[in-house]
Design a protein around this ligand. Structure first.
Ligand SMILES: [Zn+2]
Ligand SMILES: [Zn+2]
Length: 96
């Protein structure tokens, strides 16, 4: 088990061993993976990106005192992004 850290750095509990090792300590749960793998990162980055979009949009909405026509447009954009986040978060949970 001298190479456990190699698996921890590269393998994924969800997406499997990057070396095809059926005794991968990350996959069998004896070791925690150190980083999300590329597949994990891709979806999670999308969600993080969308969430930060929403945060900054809501922040600027809060600074608008008169809810103008423009902010209504922004509001519906925020709602649209929130829907996308929900869909992506459901996708993440579906992963084996
Ligand atoms: Zn592995
Ligand atoms: Zn993964």
């Amino acid at each position: 088990m001298s190479n456990v850290s190699v698996h921890q750095n590269h393998c994924c509990k969800l997406h499997g061993c990057k070396y095809g090792d059926e005794n991968c300590p990350v996959v069998d749960g004896t070791a925690n993976q150190a980083y999300p793998c590329e597949d994990c990162t891709e979806v999670k980055e999308q969600v993080q990106e969308l969430k930060s979009h929403v945060d900054s949009l809501e922040l600027s909405l809060n600074m608008v005192h008169n809810k103008s026509k423009a902010s209504t447009t922004v509001l519906s954009a925020v709602e649209e992004i929130k829907k996308q986040i929900q869909i992506l978060e459901i996708e993440i949970k579906k992963q084996p």
